[in-house]
Design a protein around this ligand. Structure first.
Ligand code: HEC
Length: 193
C-alpha cells in the first residue's frame, strides 16, 4: 500500500514537471490552435442551447436562457488558464465591454469586412504585454446570421421581445443588425509564464 501511494506520488510529480515544461514551451501557434478549439466548442454549446430554447419556448423564453446560460457557458469554457468571453462594440450586456485591444480588434474586423473579407474567417492572435504581464490574446469575429440572431438583434423585433430586452438590458445597444454584420467576437486571454 505504502509502495503504491509512493508510486502515484512520483507519477504525479513527473506529470507536474511535464506540464510545466509544456506550458513554457507553448508557442503562439500552438496557443492559437488551442484557442480555436475552445471557441469552436463554446460556439457549438451556446448555439445548441439557444436554438433548443427558441424551439421550446420562443424568443422571449430564449432571452432568459441567453441571460443566464451565455455567461455560465463562458465561465465553464474558461479552463486551463484561459479566460473566455464575448464582447462587442454595440453591447447588450454592459459587463462584456471591450478593453482597448479588443475594441481595436473589433474595429479592424469591421474594416476588413467592409473591404470584402469573409466575416466567418476573421481572427487575430497576438502576445500582448500589459502592466508587466504577457498575455496570449485571441479574438474571432461572430457574424450575425438571419436565423436565429435577428429575432433578438435585428431591426423589427416582436413587441414581447422588445419588452423583455428593455426589462433586462435598459441600455441595450445590440439591435439594428443585418445578416452578415459582425455582431461581436469571442475573446480569449491566457496569461503567459
Ligand atoms: C433569444 C434572443 C437572442 C437570440 C436569438 C440571439 N441573441 Fe445574442 N444576445 C441575447 C442576449 C439576451 C444577450 C446578452 C447575454 C448576456 O447577458 O450576457 C446577447 C448577447 C450577445 C453577444 C455578446 C455581446 C453583447 O452584446 O452582450 C453576442 C456576441 C451575441 N449575442 C451574438 C448573437 C448571435 C451571433 C446570434 C445568432 C446566432 C444571437 N446572438 C442570437 C439574445 C439573443
Amino acid at each position: 500500500m505504502a509502495f503504491r501511494t509512493g508510486g502515484i506520488a512520483i507519477a504525479m510529480a513527473i506529470l507536474g514537471v511535464a506540464a510545466a515544461e509544456a506550458e513554457e514551451a507553448a508557442s503562439p501557434e500552438a496557443l492559437a490552435v488551442e484557442a480555436r478549439g475552445i471557441v469552436g466548442r463554446f460556439a457549438d454549446k451556446l448555439k445548441g442551447e439557444l436554438v433548443g430554447a427558441m424551439k421550446e419556448g420562443g424568443p422571449v423564453a430564449a432571452i432568459s436562457v441567453c441571460n443566464t446560460a451565455a455567461p455560465a457557458i463562458a465561465s465553464e469554457a474558461s479552463t486551463g488558464g484561459w479566460i473566455v468571453r464575448r464582447t462587442s462594440l454595440k453591447l447588450r450586456n454592459p459587463a462584456t465591454a471591450p478593453d482597448a485591444w479588443e475594441a481595436e480588434t473589433l474595429a479592424r474586423f469591421d474594416a476588413a469586412k467592409a473591404g470584402g473579407a469573409d466575416p466567418t474567417k476573421l481572427e487575430r492572435a497576438e502576445v500582448v504585454e500589459s502592466g508587466g504581464q504577457r498575455n496570449f490574446r485571441y479574438m474571432k469575429a461572430i457574424p450575425t446570421a438571419a436565423e436565429p440572431c435577428l429575432a433578438c438583434h435585428g431591426t423589427n423585433l416582436a413587441e414581447p421581445v422588445k419588452a423583455k430586452l428593455a426589462e433586462l438590458y435598459p441600455d441595450d445597444k445590440a439591435t439594428g443588425y443585418s445578416a452578415g454584420d459582425i455582431r461581436g467576437a469571442f475573446t480569449l486571454t491566457k496569461p503567459l509564464p
